[in-house]
Design a binder for this molecule. Structure first.
Ligand SMILES: C[S@@+](CC[C@H](N)C(=O)[O-])C[C@H]1O[C@@H](n2cnc3c(N)ncnc32)[C@H](O)[C@@H]1O
Length: 135
C-alpha cells in the first residue's frame, strides 16, 4: 500500500511500482523531489529520512506547510466550524460556492495555516481534484 496525503492531478501514485524499484537502487543521504505535487514519490521513497520537496506552484507549497504545521484537532475544528457555518459543500454547488467565496476573501494569499487547509479542502472537493479559487 502506498502513502497518500491528498489527491492531485498528475500524481505518480499509479506508477510507483515502476518508479520505486529504480530509485531504490540509488544510495544517498538526501532525496530531492523537484516536482513535489502531492508528494506521491517523496512520501513513498523511504530509503533516506532527509528529503526536500520543491514545486513551482506556491499553493502546493502552502498546502504542504500547513500539513506539516497542523495537528489533527486543529484541522478537525477548522473543518467542523466551516461545515457548521455553511453546511456540507461536498454535494451542493451553492454551498460550495459560498464556502469558496468566503475562503477567497478570508484565507487566499493570507500565508496562514488556514490558507493551506482551505486549498486542501478545495482540491479534495472537486471532480478530479481540479479546482479554482482566488476569484
Ligand atoms: C504531476 S505533479 C507531481 C508529481 C509528483 N512527482 C508525484 O509524486 O506525484 C507535477 C508538479 O510539478 C510542478 N512543476 C511543473 N513545472 C515545474 C518547474 N519548472 N519547477 C518546479 N515545479 C514544477 C507542478 O506545479 C506540479 O505540482
Amino acid at each position: 500500500m502506498s502513502l497518500k496525503l491528498f489527491r492531485y492531478p498528475g500524481s505518480k501514485t499509479t506508477f510507483l511500482p515502476t518508479i520505486l524499484p529504480i530509485i531504490n537502487e540509488v544510495d544517498g543521504d538526501l532525496f530531492v523531489e523537484p516536482f513535489l505535487g502531492s508528494g506521491a514519490v517523496l512520501l513513498n521513497y523511504q530509503k533516506c529520512e532527509n528529503k526536500i520537496g520543491n514545486d513551482l506552484n506556491s499553493y502546493i507549497i502552502r498546502i504542504w506547510k500547513s500539513i506539516i504545521e497542523v495537528d489533527w484537532e486543529y484541522f478537525k475544528n477548522f473543518y467542523d466550524e466551516n461545515i457548521k457555518r455553511f453546511g456540507d459543500w461536498s454535494n451542493n454547488k451553492e454551498i460550495f460556492y459560498k464556502f469558496r467565496n468566503y475562503g477567497n476573501q478570508k484565507w487566499h494569499k493570507s500565508d496562514t495555516l488556514d490558507e493551506g487547509l482551505f486549498y486542501l479542502i478545495m482540491t479534495n472537493s472537486c471532480i478530479n481534484n481540479m479546482c479554482r479559487f482566488g476569484g
